[in-house]
Design a protein around this ligand. Sequence first.
Ligand code: GTP
Ligand code: MG
Length: 253
Amino acid sequence: MSMCMDQWISQIEQWFHQQPVEQIYVAVAVLALTVVLFVLFSLLKTSKSNTIVLAGLNGSGKTILFYQLRDGSPHQGTVTSMEPNDGTFVLHSELGKKGKIKPVHLVDVPGHSRLKPKLDEFLPNAAGLIFVVDALDFLPNCRPAAEYLYDILTKSSVVKRRIPVLILCNKTDKVTAHSKEFIRKQLEKEIDKLRTSRNAISTADISDEFMLGVPGEPFTLEQCRNKVTVAEASGLTGEVSQVEQFIREHVKP
Ligand SMILES: Nc1nc2c(ncn2[C@@H]2O[C@H](COP(=O)(O)OP(=O)(O)OP(=O)(O)O)[C@@H](O)[C@H]2O)c(=O)[nH]1
Ligand SMILES: [Mg+2]
């Protein structure tokens, strides 16, 4: 057995000596390059984030959406959240599917003003952000919602990494809910006003903020460097297909 091996090895050695030296160099270089590329690709693949952040004013329906996406049921979560809700799971609607599905890391950051800064912990690693808006009780909340959205859209962690944002008009199960077109227009108008007032005060100390929009033009969401889209949902009744579509667009299954 070992004789056989030795013969083999010496034969291979002989063959190598017969080859032109350049060819061996080329072969080694090609092999090394393949290995490097392979390692690089697999690193890139694993480092792709699967974090989706839910943000929005308190009472907009984030926690119910979180449970609906995870369990297919809203539970009775009607209390104001005091801690971020955070879980890694395959979406409920995908449970019946065959094959391996990549889980989503979903984070629900409460709208309470004391907890909003928690957003900065999750944004640097987010694949997408869902900004939940209460479409039912929209008008009284329009200004604060626009302020929160403005803060998000000007964060350097969002702009530099061009984190896609979905503005989700929630509670559309009620007939009196405002349409997403209306909500979009109103938010754009409010942000336009904020842009003027905030730029006037803060030009001196903009450190971690980016300017929004095009100077001299009314603000529209299309002017953002990251992709901002608008959709509708009802966390209560489980109409969440547009949310799931956004999630799977940015966290590939
Ligand atoms: N009609 C209707 N009501 C909803 C819907 N989603 C949430 N609600 C109601 O809105 C209230 C707040 O929902 P939550 O999910 O607790 O809101 P939240 O965004 O997590 O609020 P915070 O934790 O305070 O930031 C609850 O009373 C829900 O019953 C919906 O799709 N339709
Ligand atoms: Mg909550």
